[in-house]
Design a protein around this ligand. Sequence first.
Ligand code: SF4
Length: 330
Amino acid sequence: MNYIFGPVPSRRLGRSLGIDPTPPADPLSLARVGPYDRPRAPKACNWNCVYCQLGPTRPFTRSRSLFFPPEALFAELREAMDSGLTDGVDWITFVGSGEPTLNKDLGVLIDGVKAVSQIQIAVITNGSLLSFPEVRLELLGADAVMPTLDAGSPSLFRRINRPPSEFGFERHVEGLTAFRRAYTGKLWLEVMLVAGLNDGEAALRDLAASIDRVAPDEVHLVLPTRPPSEAWVHPACEAAILRTKEILSSVARVILPDERHGGFGNAWEEDHFATATSIVERHPMSLGELRTALVNWGAADPDSIIRELVSLGKAIKVEHGGETFLRGRR
Ligand code: SF4
């Protein structure tokens, strides 16, 4: 399973089957096959957010490339559907080891998935490449697009999302605004609320002004509850969340962070170890979540699988917020 992972429970999307359009490179393989010239980095992204659950971005991936032949994903999806993996899935979500729009084939992938499945398609993106007309065009086929807007000023944008200089704040907001004008699906802006960074009144008023320009259908507040790239990052407190809702509600419908729902679905195959590996590589899980998922999949001894993930170097243990998480080794 190279491109599909999950299903994973998502706070906003119920049970979500993930498609990773920028899968981690095999560090042992330096060969480039045909036009598939994907960068040999474990995480392909053009931002380096302080809260990133995939760890630091090293190096930046600054331009789009071809990552794999689309037919390879379509074959995997057909296999997943035949084996019942998509049963009960609410959304197929393009998300994974970095920024999905860095894959030049994203439009082909979305159209190909739509051709074989009735399930709604979401794309979780930082939105930085929406300033390119071709990227806006490719995303028109998705049922929901969820771009990031964490800040309402250039300086705070640089502090939180830490992009290279060519991906500036104005370009970002203009890209989002241009996409909104063309897109008739659900545009759900995602705001990660980080304590002490973007949860103060002045920062929130700036953010409200930028959100007003974009005019999304909804604004989803999310919290850095999984291990962040920077250890000093903490979720905003309850009072700050309420302040945020009050200020941002003047310009958009605001959805609060809530308890996750959906639950882990069927395992991909009998190989619970492989299934768990493919998820934690892209989506860190607490030990409790992983144990529950393995039990649901029918694993006889979940703790031995968890031990093996660590001892074989597939994942590392990370402490965050008083919990232990397993995260892919990067
Ligand atoms: S959170 Fe998303 S946009 Fe930010 S560095 Fe991580 S993968 Fe990139």
